[in-house]
Design a protein around this ligand. Structure first.
Ligand SMILES: [Zn+2]
Length: 63
């Protein structure tokens, strides 16, 4: 896997260009958001927001 220092992926959660994160299918989630999702409780008010953002990924997977 290629990794250039100049490459900035735009996180689908926070919409910010970030150098570090994970790639899920064609989508990118930055380290901070990934950590945020992991520690977010299902009952947290932010949870539906994350799910909503990540629906983009599942949608593409099933397309
Ligand atoms: Zn992010």
């Amino acid at each position: 896997m290629e990794q250039a220092e100049t490459v900035r992926n735009t996180c689908i959660i926070c919409d910010q260009p970030k150098p570090n994160g994970i790639q899920i299918c064609a989508e990118f989630i930055c380290d901070e958001c990934e950590a945020e999702i992991v520690k977010t409780d299902v009952l947290d008010v932010k949870y539906p927001f994350f799910i909503h953002r990540m629906n983009k990924i599942w949608y593409k997977m099933n397309a």
